[in-house]
Design a protein around this ligand. Structure first.
Ligand code: MN
Length: 194
């Protein structure tokens, strides 16, 4: 029987300031994500998915289980990809080559990613993913959806639910998205692409 746990942040609660404040992380990780984990654990018994891995649940479940499992997976990928001490501001190696191949340049990729995040209506996520051939795609996913549901491998995501930025940026979602590049841990994103 699975029991999901709230992930530990791989950095101090104030490490992402001023891009993501300590207060935002206290709510976003300590309240929102914790609630999704607790809800998922409460809903799983009797569902037939008690032994399934998180990604499997996201691909097979529906209703409340899907919503909460999706949000657990999404936030684990999201919180896991940041650092207060980036070793580099841009991707390198195979990932950089694939971005340039599929989007023209790193700058063009960032612009497209931000635009897709800014224009997603309502709550959701913008994702960079790889297909089974390694080709990169940017997708908008509403609410709790995740690219694994489309057979894609998720690499990088920006959360555009208001709870991700409202305390720090209020209605200025595009400014928040533009600032997030400063704290992306490209080493993690590159590992996900391997
Ligand atoms: Mn969120």
């Amino acid at each position: 029987m699975n029991k999901f746990e709230l992930m530990a942040l791989p950095y101090a609660i104030d490490a992402l300031e001023p891009i993501i404040s300590k207060q935002t992380l206290e709510f976003h990780h300590g309240k929102h994500l914790a609630a999704y984990v607790n809800n998922l654990n409460a809903l799983l018994p009797g569902s037939g998915l008690e032994e399934a891995h998180l990604e499997e649940i996201v691909c097979k479940a529906s209703g409340g289980i899907l919503n909460n499992a999706g949000q657990v997976l999404n936030h684990e990928l999201y919180f896991g990809q940041f650092t207060g001490k980036p070793t580099k501001q841009e991707p390198t190696g195979r990932l950089a080559e694939a971005i340039i191949r599929d989007f023209g340049s790193i700058e063009a990729f960032k612009e497209e990613f931000q635009k897709k995040g800014a224009t997603l209506f309502g709550s959701g996520w913008v994702w960079l993913s790889a297909d089974t051939e390694g080709k990169l795609v940017i997708t908008q996913e509403t609410n709790a959806s995740n690219p694994v549901q489309k057979g894609l491998k998720p690499l990088l995501t920006f959360d555009v639910w208001e709870h991700a930025y409202y305390l720090d940026y209020q209605n200025r979602r595009p400014d928040h998205l533009a600032a997030l590049w400063q704290i992306v841990n490209w080493d993690i994103v590159e590992q996900r692409y391997q």
